[in-house]
Design a protein. Sequence first.
Length: 279
Amino acid sequence: MDTAARLIAQGLTARMGEQVIVENRGGSGAIAAEIVARAPADGHSLILYGSALWLTPYLQQQASYDPVRDFAPITLAITSPNVFVVHPSFAASSVKELIAIAKARPGELNYASTGTGSSPHLAGELFKFMAGVNIVHINYKAAAQAISELIAGQNQLAIATAASATPHVKSGRLRAMAVTTAQPSALFPGIPSVAASGLPGYEAPSLFALFAPTKTPERIIQRLNQEVVRVLALADVKEKFFNTGVETVGSAPAELGATVKSEMARMGKLIRDVGIRAE
């Protein structure tokens, strides 16, 4: 997230002739979200964050902000697939085979991810829900630990970000089985989507978007959208993002607003049905 924010900030600084500063805040994004939600609606305080921004109210009983009421969408900036990775010796070579093994051995397989309510975790729970399988979730604090224990054979499967999985897939220590985007990703050439390889209709990408405080004037929202989209379309910026495991998007504000509401309905239902709560 920090890398993404800095790439966008550098581009905006160059285009707008005004220094854009990146300020990191802890608290899993909740502190940053609260600060921006209460900031003056003048376009000078923005937040770049992932799906946790609009899913936190489902994960926590008392969220300090409302993702629809308190924020004005600017653009869906970048997206990245999560990827199903397994040890090279694992018997399943496709999602269809993975589902068959999981159904034959309920509760015996484990999958690793990082962070309760994170995009990889929700991707795993959506997979279990749609496939009707019982695979035990192992929650790790850090992606490096989750990956290292998968390499060591402690787990059968991990659902990881593209950035954390790519080096180990390239080295052959792990095998990429499928990506969680609706379509195959250029980040993993030749690797099918989960939907196309055994679970039709499945989709669980990581999304990262830019927002301003609600009531920010429309002319400011449109100006910010235009400038950010132009930055994201630059060839060198696209390449830098690609090298970090993400792909640039650059949507209209209304498109982002519709995406947020759609994802809140879809993934919010999953969170309620499965009973996921932030730790």
